[in-house]
Design a protein around this ligand. Structure first.
Ligand code: ADP
Ligand code: MG
Length: 253
C-alpha cells in the first residue's frame, strides 16, 4: 500500500516515473484470465491475421477504432495487446488516446495516471508515464491523470502526430496498439489514422447502426483498414447458457 500512497502524492507525481498496475485485472481481459475461452480464441485470430497478412511487412502501429462509445474498442485493444505480448518476443505498448473517456485504468487496475494528455501539454515525458502490467512484455501509456478540458483540441494538435512518430522511433521493435476515441466524437480521425500502419474497426452486435459504421469507414483511409471485429456476437449463446445453468440449479436436490 505504501506504493499506492506514493503514486497519489501530488508533489512528487510529476517527477517520478509511474509504477505498475496494483490490483486484480478486470474479468473482461479474457486473454489474461481465460486464454482458452472462445473469446480469447477470436482475439488470437486477429493476432494471427496481423502477423500473416503480408509476407513483406507486419504492421507494428495499429489503431483500434469504432464509430461510437461503448462498442468495445478498449476491450478489444487491451485483449489484442495482451495476446501479442504473450507471444515469444513481442513487446507491446498500449496507448490510450480516448482523452475524454479513459477506461484502461479500470481494466488494468491502476489509479488515474498522467499520460498522453500531459505529454501533449508539455508537462510530462513519455518515459515518465509508462505503466507496467503483470503481463511481462505489455506496457501502457495512459490517457490522462485528470481529463483535460479540451480533449479534441489536444488530440488534434500537430503534436499528436509527432508523438506517435516519436513512439514508433523510440520503440521500433515494439507493437504499438492505439485505443482511440469514437470516430463520431473526433473532428479529424485522420490525425491518428495518418500515423498508423493498420486500422481495426469494431462494431458491436445489435448496437452499431449500419449508417454510423459506414460513416466511420468513410472518415478513415481505406487502404489501412485490415479488418472488422464484430464484438459481443456471443451475447445470445451466453444468455442461453445462463438459462440452462439456472434450470440445472432449480432441479438440484
Ligand atoms: N464482448 C463484450 N462482452 C461483455 N462486455 C463487453 C464486451 N465488449 C464491451 N463490453 C463492455 O461494454 C462497455 C464498453 O466497452 P469499451 O471497450 O469500454 O468500449 P469503447 O472503448 O468502445 O467505449 C464496457 O463496460 C465493457 O466491459
Ligand atoms: Mg474506450
Amino acid at each position: 500500500m505504501a506504493r499506492l500512497s506514493k503514486v497519489f502524492d501530488k508533489q512528487e507525481l510529476n517527477h517520478r516515473p509511474q509504477s505498475g498496475t496494483m490490483g486484480k485485472l478486470d474479468d473482461h481481459l479474457y486473454m489474461y484470465h481465460m486464454p482458452y475461452s472462445y473469446t480469447a480464441e477470436q482475439i488470437r485470430k486477429i493476432r494471427t491475421h496481423i502477423f500473416h497478412m503480408s509476407e513483406e511487412h507486419v504492421p507494428h502501429i495499429i489503431m483500434v477504432t469504432s464509430s461510437l462509445p461503448g462498442e468495445g474498442k478498449s476491450l478489444i485493444a487491451s485483449n489484442l495487446a495482451i495476446s501479442i505480448a504473450k507471444g515469444e518476443d513481442q513487446h507491446v505498448l498500449l496507448v490510450e488516446c480516448d482523452l475524454r473517456k479513459p477506461s484502461l485504468h479500470k481494466l488494468f487496475s491502476y489509479p488515474p495516471s498522467q499520460g498522453l494528455a500531459e505529454i501533449l501539454q508539455g508537462r510530462a515525458r513519455i518515459q515518465d508515464c509508462l505503466i507496467k502490467t503483470p503481463i511481462e512484455k505489455l506496457t501502457i501509456l495512459p490517457a490522462a491523470k485528470d481529463a483535460p478540458a479540451n480533449p479534441s483540441e489536444l488530440l488534434e494538435s500537430k503534436r499528436t502526430g509527432m508523438i506517435l512518430t516519436e513512439m514508433g522511433q523510440r520503440y521500433p521493435d515494439r507493437f504499438i496498439i492505439i485505443d482511440t476515441p469514437p470516430i463520431q466524437a473526433t473532428v479529424d480521425p485522420k490525425i491518428i489514422a495518418d500515423h498508423v500502419e493498420a486500422i481495426i474497426m469494431v462494431a458491436r452486435y445489435r448496437f452499431t447502426r449500419e449508417d454510423d459504421f459506414k460513416r466511420a469507414l468513410e472518415a478513415l483511409p481505406k487502404n489501412k483498414i485490415i479488418g472488422t471485429v464484430l464484438n459481443a456476437f456471443d451475447e445470445l449463446p451466453a444468455k442461453k447458457y445462463k438459462y440452462r445453468k439456472y434450470k440445472y440449479y432449480k432441479h438440484y436436490p
